[in-house]
Design a protein around this ligand. Structure first.
Ligand SMILES: *[C@@H]1O[C@H](CO)[C@@H](O)[C@H](O)[C@H]1NC(C)=O
Ligand SMILES: *[C@@H]1O[C@H](CO)[C@@H](O)[C@H](O)[C@H]1NC(C)=O
Ligand SMILES: *[C@@H]1O[C@H](CO)[C@@H](O)[C@H](O)[C@H]1NC(C)=O
Ligand SMILES: *[C@@H]1O[C@H](CO)[C@@H](O)[C@H](O)[C@H]1NC(C)=O
Ligand SMILES: *[C@@H]1O[C@H](CO)[C@@H](O)[C@H](O)[C@H]1NC(C)=O
Ligand SMILES: *[C@@H]1O[C@H](CO)[C@@H](O)[C@H](O)[C@H]1NC(C)=O
Ligand SMILES: *[C@@H]1O[C@H](CO)[C@@H](O)[C@H](O)[C@H]1NC(C)=O
Ligand SMILES: *[C@@H]1O[C@H](CO)[C@@H](O)[C@H](O)[C@H]1NC(C)=O
Ligand SMILES: *[C@@H]1O[C@H](CO)[C@@H](O)[C@H](O)[C@H]1NC(C)=O
Ligand SMILES: *[C@@H]1O[C@H](CO)[C@@H](O)[C@H](O)[C@H]1NC(C)=O
Length: 882
């Protein structure tokens, strides 16, 4: 059977008169960051078995272009006397870098690279040295920066970390940076990522001094003994021989394999019988019985076998039965339950995908044994129930593709690869998830493994090609169009740094098609738009672009934008604004107003201005006011600007948003549009969940009603997914009078559950993915789902068409509706005030918002005039249809 040593490659050495690096010392750059302000670092790792005296080393640099091509400009010494032990790192950073960097910094250096300055790692003296590694080169000014791993100018505004499979430096920068994620020696992370500084998960490379391993003579220790019953191995640093069966051969993509004891291990449920072996030097296959010699390491709380010096394949052995988890542990219990399984083969009973944000980027998804609503949507964030819900989330496991390279092609799930039509949504169910359990980046992960059945995706949260039927005669919609910037004139060009999102005309054309396809399918009388470029209302503005586009859509619609007389044609000061468009054949504008900080200082200008527009329905003459909002997000902190403390559970800036809704409630009482209607509908992204104070203020102080909760439920409704938790930041809050006239409210779930790789962006996609992941259709036209609100029960023509609504097309502003039956009076009020007792029928509402739970039910009267629904009981009382 095969037996081999690790092949030992001396770092390629260039230079004259070569100084010789000591045989058992092996330094290389393990990490590099070029981030915001002075947040930059350079990390050096010793993969050898002996300490390095850094007095013998230096890190010469060139700033921008070299004075003499190929020659350093600054010879930089390490701190005198510094010793770098095997397996340890040494961090060089700017003295005013982020504290997370400074916490692990060993030496400060002021002239850190801006991404266009080369640095090398040299052994020897200024007069006589060799280069062993490089980030950048000394040949020429690269311009902005060097491309790395296919990332254009990736040495700027990124953090990159040496792949764990790299065991030596590479002075050939072009070879090291490669041209794709697969051909380079690095893993590139976004700007300002400090997770990886201060420790490197590489292997210490022992020299080939040990004897050949032989299956028949080896004396292995048990894997369970190595794993121990605690959170770390009791044998860290020891060189051991292990014997077991290869359960997962991931050498090709992941750089190693998982092995597990045969014959059931030690039968102790507190110790794991499996382990990850970080070695690809000897080819093994699933089912091989092997003996392996290597060193036990604790690597970010995982216990792998590293520095493997010998492997012998003894034959074949049956794979152990996977440990079956019929329910994932809670956040509270995950460590206790999963730690003893680390390294072992596990299998899951059907699980729900709750997060796939990084599916196309890192090939990973979060799995859960249940749908996870945002806790502060379901419970008061100060309550005990809220805390419990948070602790009891079962989202403790990730499914990974056992491939650390970025932007895999194909995207590994579902099936043979994701496309627009072969999709996976949050709320979908995976069965047959089987693989070894690993632990990396503070997450337990089950690694996709060849040889086991691929996880099967069931669309338990299926796509709906059409918007939900909200039964109204008039549809109102709120839709976040995710930075709709249409290029130059007015406003910034695609190439400008002030532009957001679509980075060129090609991407914008796709964004536009998707956006228009979503809006036109909804066919709303009034659409409140969020995140639209703040460039006025004239020719070429983003809002006019949408209006123009709807005119030429497959089914053309005539919309108009509500214009506002604002300074410089800007609504507020942000790059994005809210806007309202409407169909003039259905509604006309009666009055309009803007709320900003000039009107009420409690409404801080970090909220986008709120717009209120009173419309008159052409058909009935009824007036109602639509109020569109986009309050400050939960993202950046409001401590510095507004003395508003950050919060773990309701996000940042909750006080800012609460003051904003107080101001909105007060303002609306003053009838700012000039119309005295009390029928008000508050829509848009309030960046708050139901039980958070901004929403509660509107409910308790101003008597608005959360219509999404009324019609569906807080437990199951969502329009947005963040970090695996689903909820609705986008609202439909009706005044207590308008509430009676609302027929149904639902999110059309075209976006939040869909993978972001299906959007219009072309970055980080292969040429074939640019085609296969894209479609003009509405799915992933944005990151939020549109909220669709039905207003006014449609009139029903008795006997003739039992359920037909008056089609908006039939209504014109000049002629009264031409109904087919003469028995229907054209002047009939849209909503009856009394109901016929006993005329209640139960029907299913279209759409499965329970995501695997019970379908929702709704109740309406036979004549269709009062429609109401509820989750636990019929909520008819408030619309009088007892
Ligand atoms: C670097 O170290 C060498 C050897 O100790 C010393 O001669 C030289 O002056 C140092 N250079 C700098 C820039 O400190
Ligand atoms: C580098 O800094 C870290 C964190 O302070 C420290 O643990 C380590 O010993 C230092 N290494 C050297 C070689 O000075
Ligand atoms: C392993 O040991 C057995 C028994 O001593 C011997 O017959 C065999 O040749 C050895 N295999 C190798 C590869 O050395
Ligand atoms: C853990 O292992 C140690 C050493 O074998 C043993 O003394 C201890 O009792 C074990 N603890 C548990 C909870 O099994
Ligand atoms: C394994 O442990 C269980 C419970 O601790 C015990 O009932 C069983 O007999 C053990 N099996 C073996 C093979 O020792
Ligand atoms: C979760 O763990 C925390 C801290 O250990 C504890 O305070 C809390 O009660 C636990 N929650 C549940 C629901 O078990
Ligand atoms: C799970 O895998 C088994 C074995 O390959 C197969 O028989 C079964 O149909 C799979 N289940 C699903 C739901 O795909
Ligand atoms: C727009 O506002 C300016 C400044 O308040 C005012 O002078 C102008 O008359 C307004 N224009 C319209 C069309 O209302
Ligand atoms: C909210 O408004 C109150 C009253 O004006 C003010 O005292 C408080 O500082 C404001 N809070 C925030 C976070 O803006
Ligand atoms: C809403 O319904 C009530 C009760 O049927 C009616 O009085 C009111 O006029 C309606 N509001 C609008 C804006 O039509």
């Amino acid at each position: 059977m095969a037996s081999a040593f690790l092949r030992f490659t001396v770092a390629a050495i260039i230079g004259v008169d070569a100084a010789t690096v000591p045989a058992n010392v092996r330094l290389f750059f393990s990490g590099f960051a070029e981030g915001s302000s002075n947040n930059k670092y350079l990390e050096i790792y010793n993969a050898g078995t002996e300490s390095a005296n850094l007095g013998d080393w230096a890190f010469p640099t060139v700033s921008n272009g070299p004075t003499t091509p190929g020659v350093y400009e600054n010879w930089n010494n390490f701190t005198a006397g510094a010793l770098l032990g095997p397996g340890k790192v040494y961090v060089i950073a700017h003295g005013s870098a982020d504290q997370k960097i400074l916490d692990v910094t060993n030496q400060t250096y002021t002239y850190m690279s801006n991404g266009d300055d080369g640095v090398k790692l040299a052994y020897g003296t200024e007069a006589d040295h060799v280069y062993v590694d490089a980030v950048g080169d000394f040949q020429a000014d690269p311009g902005t920066g060097w491309d790395i791993c296919g990332e254009a100018a990736g040495t700027v505004d990124h953090t990159f970390v040496r792949k764990t499979s790299v065991t030596a430096g590479n002075p050939d920068w072009d070879a090291s940076r490669g041209t794709t994620a697969d051909t380079c020696e690095w893993v590139v992370y976004p700007k300002d990522e400090w997770k990886y500084v201060g420790v490197h998960p590489g292997e210490s490379v022992t020299m080939p001094t040990e004897a050949v391993l032989n299956c028949s003579t080896a004396s292995p220790v048990s894997i369970s003994k190595v794993q121990g019953n605690g959170s770390t191995s009791p044998m860290v640093g020891e060189v051991v021989v292990l014997k077991g069966v290869v359960t997962a051969d991931l050498q090709g993509t992941y750089g190693g394999f998982f092995m597990q004891e045969i014959d059931g291990g030690d039968n102790d449920s507190s110790t794991s019988d499996g382990i990850y072996v970080a070695d690809a030097s000897v080819v093994v296959s699933q089912g091989d019985l092997v003996v392996v010699r290597g060193m036990i390491k604790e690597n970010y709380a995982e216990t792998p076998l590293v520095a493997v010096s010998a492997v012998d394949v003894c034959g074949k052995a049956p794979l152990p039965m996977p440990y079956f988890l019929d329910m994932l542990p809670t956040r509270n219990t995950s460590k206790t339950i999963l730690e003893p399984l680390e390294g072992m083969l596990i299998m899951l009973s059907p699980v729900i995908v709750t997060d796939h944000y990084n599916l196309a980027k890192y090939g990973e998804m979060t799995l859960s044994s249940g749908w996870n609503p945002v806790a502060s949507q379901v419970f008061d964030p100060l309550s005990k129930e809220h805390m419990e819900m948070y602790d009891l989330y079962r989202d403790t496991l990730m499914l990974d593709d056992a491939n650390p390279s970025q932007n895999p092609d194909p995207v590994p799930y579902p099936g043979t690869g994701m496309t627009y039509d072969n999709y996976i949504r949050t709320g979908d169910t995976l069965t047959n998830v089987t693989g070894p359990l690993s632990y990396a980046f503070s997450k337990y992960k089950i690694q996709k493994t060849p040889g086991f059945p691929a996880p099967t995706v069931q669309h338990t949260n299926p796509r709906e090609d059409k918007p939900p039927d909200v039964k109204g005669r008039l549809i109102i919609a709120g839709f976040n169009v995710f930075n709709y910037f249409n290029g130059d004139n007015p406003g910034p060009a695609f190439s400008s740094s002030l532009n957001r999102d679509a980075s060129n005309a090609e991407e914008f054309a796709k964004q536009r098609k998707k956006t228009l396809s979503a809006i036109s399918l909804v066919d709303a009388a009034v659409v409140g738009l969020l995140e639209i470029e703040n460039d006025g209302f004239g020719v070429g503005s983003a809002v006019q672009d949408i209006v123009d586009g709807l005119k030429t859509a497959t089914a053309p619609y005539t919309y108009m934008a509500v214009t506002f007389n604002v300074t410089d044609d800007k609504v507020g000061t942000d790059a994005i604004a809210s806007a309202i468009i409407y169909q003039p054949k259905l509604v006309s504008v009666v009055g309009k107003a803007i709320l900003d900080s000039s009107l009420d200082p409690m409404f801080l200008s970090i909220n986008r201005p709120t717009l209120a527009v009173t419309f008159k329905e052409v058909f009935s003459g009824n007036e109602f006011t639509v109020v569109i909002n986009h309050l400050k997000s939960k993202g950046s902190s409001c401590v510095a600007c507004c003395a508003d403390p950050d919060s773990t559970f309701v996000g940042n800036c909750n006080g800012v948003r609460t003051n904003a809704t107080k101001a909105i409630g007060k303002w609306l009482k003053t009838y700012p549009t000039g119309s005295t209607t009390d029928d008000i509908l508050i829509i848009g992204d309030l960046n708050s969940y139901h039980y958070e104070t901004p929403i509660q203020t509107l409910i308790t102080d101003f008597w608005y009603v959360d219509m999404i909760d009324k019609f569906t439920s807080k437990e199951t409704s969502s329009s947005y997914v963040y970090a695996g938790l689903a909820g609705y930041l986008d609202h439909a809050l009706a005044s207590s009078t308008l509430m009676r006239n609302i027929t149904m409210v639902m999110a059309w779930k075209i976006n939040a559950d869909e993978n972001r790789a299906l959007d219009y962006n072309t970055e980080n996609k292969s040429a074939s993915q640019v085609t296969s992941l894209y479609n003009d259709g509405p799915f992933r036209s944005s990151d939020h789902d549109p909220i669709i609100i039905g207003l006014y029960t449609p009139l029903v023509v008795p006997e003739q068409v039992t359920s037909a609504a008056i089609k908006p097309e039939q209504v014109t502003s000049t002629a009264p509706p031409s109904l087919t039956s003469s028995s229907t009076p054209t002047t009939m009020a849209p909503v009856a005030t009394t109901m016929v007792p006993g005329s209640v029928t139960v029907t299913k509402v279209k759409g499965n918002h329970g995501l695997g739970r019970a379908k929702l039910q709704s109740v309406h009267t036979e004549d269709g005039r009062c429609w109401c629904s509820g989750r636990r009981h019929c909520q008819c009382d408030w619309c009088g249809c007892e």
